[in-house]
Design a protein around this ligand. Structure first.
Ligand SMILES: *Cc1c(COP(=O)(O)O)cnc(C)c1O
Length: 379
């Protein structure tokens, strides 16, 4: 499962990610939208997504053309009714983006924040819901990609069930890597996109929604193209999209789901990512780097490292040195913390990570960086 085009750098970024040759080759066909093969591929995708969450019967998978943000916006705009109110937790860029979506959609919302390295607790949700009985829905990010922190969705889901409020989960980063059982968690919706743990090309995303909730959502969406109810009705009736379907992307997504299953499904994929992540974090710590997160709250998807406190260090030079050696890394997203990120998603293997660690050591030596450590940021 290594990269197939030798002179293209391997993406160690949290999406888009490097894809297998066979996923890319699946797109070498031009099909019209109503053709039987497209109907079959759409069915395969919808059904396999439900397999992955144990969602048959209770839930349904609806495609949205666009990146994960489009599907988050479709889910919020369609599933939170006009007289509803959304509670959003944020500890990073993607949680902040959900707040931004609620604001743009003019949906009443409340939000609360925890530090970028601190997951929220079930008690915090209990308190926020008790304080504001107008809240009808909660939305949380499962893996917050701006740091890699994993938020405790099972505990939050238990609070939502007890209080009878709907739960929406942004699982764009974690889907296909971490379990999200639809029956056990009983969420209203989980949002995912193609270009993260499923290892498909970007441009298509999905909402896995509770059928009873979706069926009651007619007329909620303020948007035509992002009306999940309408797309659901249409796809159930006709087996294809309302508007031009992303034909090539569906072909690739279907192939990517097959390869996900061949790797051993969620458990298999998580095992490889976890092995890569372990090699990454151990290797970086051996060099003297410090992670932003404690391992106990970190996901095996992306790791965030403090930049070296050394006057010879610059991210631009690190990036260029890594790129010249065949690897693309990512800057940090936390204005305050001076970090950079390395991800383990895509066709990346632990051996690729080992080579990346050598490339990083070489680049640091070339820059003349000697001191890698950094004081912990105060809580
Ligand atoms: C990637 C990602 C998204 C979607 O971002 P896009 O820029 O629209 O692809 C949303 N939430 C999380 C947690 C993500 O990792």
């Amino acid at each position: 499962m290594t990269q197939d085009i030798a002179d293209e750098p391997l993406l160690l970024t949290p999406g888009p990610c490097s894809l297998s040759r066979t996923v890319k080759e699946a797109m070498l066909h031009d099909y019209a939208s109503g053709e039987e093969v497209m109907v079959e591929k759409i069915r395969h995708c919808r059904s396999t997504l439900l397999d992955l969450v144990n969602g048959h019967g209770s839930h349904t998978a609806v495609p949205i053309v666009g990146s994960g943000t489009y599907a988050n916006e479709a889910a919020i705009g369609t599933l939170v009714p006009r007289d509803g109110k959304l509670l959003v937790h944020t500890n990073g860029v993607y949680g902040d983006r959900i707040v931004d979506i609620a604001r743009h959609l003019r949906i009443p919302y409340a939000s609360f924040r925890t530090a970028p390295f601190t997951p929220p607790t079930a008690e915090q949700f209990e308190e926020a819901l008790a304080a504001d009985p107008a809240i009808t829905h909660v939305m949380v990010v499962h893996c917050e990609t701006s740091t890699g922190i994993l938020n405790p969705v099972a505990e939050i889901a238990a609070v939502c069930r007890r209080r009878g409020v709907g739960l929406l989960i942004d699982a764009v980063a974690s889907f296909g890597i971490m379990e999200l059982d639809a029956k056990a968690l009983s969420y209203d919706a989980v949002v995912l996109s193609a270009n993260k743990g499923i290892q498909a090309p970007p441009g298509i995303a999905w909402v896995i929604a509770k059928r009873t909730v979706l069926e009651e959502s007619q007329g909620n969406s303020p948007s035509l193209s992002l009306d999940l109810w309408d797309q659901y009705q249409h796809i159930e009736r006709t087996n294809h999209f309302r508007f031009t379907p992303a034909t090539h992307l569906i072909l690739a997504f279907s192939q990517a789901l097959k390869e996900h299953a061949e790797e051993g499904g969620i458990a298999g994929r998580q095992a490889r990512y976890r092995a890569s992540w372990r090699r990454l974090v151990d290797g970086m710590r051996q060099m003297g780097f410090r992670t932003l997160l404690d391992d106990a709250v970190a996901s095996p998807i992306v790791a965030t490292f403090h930049e070296p406190q050394d006057e010879n260090y610059s991210f631009a030079r690190l990036y260029a040195g890594m790129k010249a050696r065949g690897f693309i890394i990512f800057p940090g997203r936390l204005a305050a913390a001076n970090t950079f990120r390395i991800a383990c998603i895509g066709v990346v293997t632990p051996d690729d990570i080992a080579r990346a660690m050598e490339a990083l050591a070489e680049t640091m030596a070339e820059m003349g960086v000697r001191s890698f450590g950094r004081e912990p940021v105060p809580a």
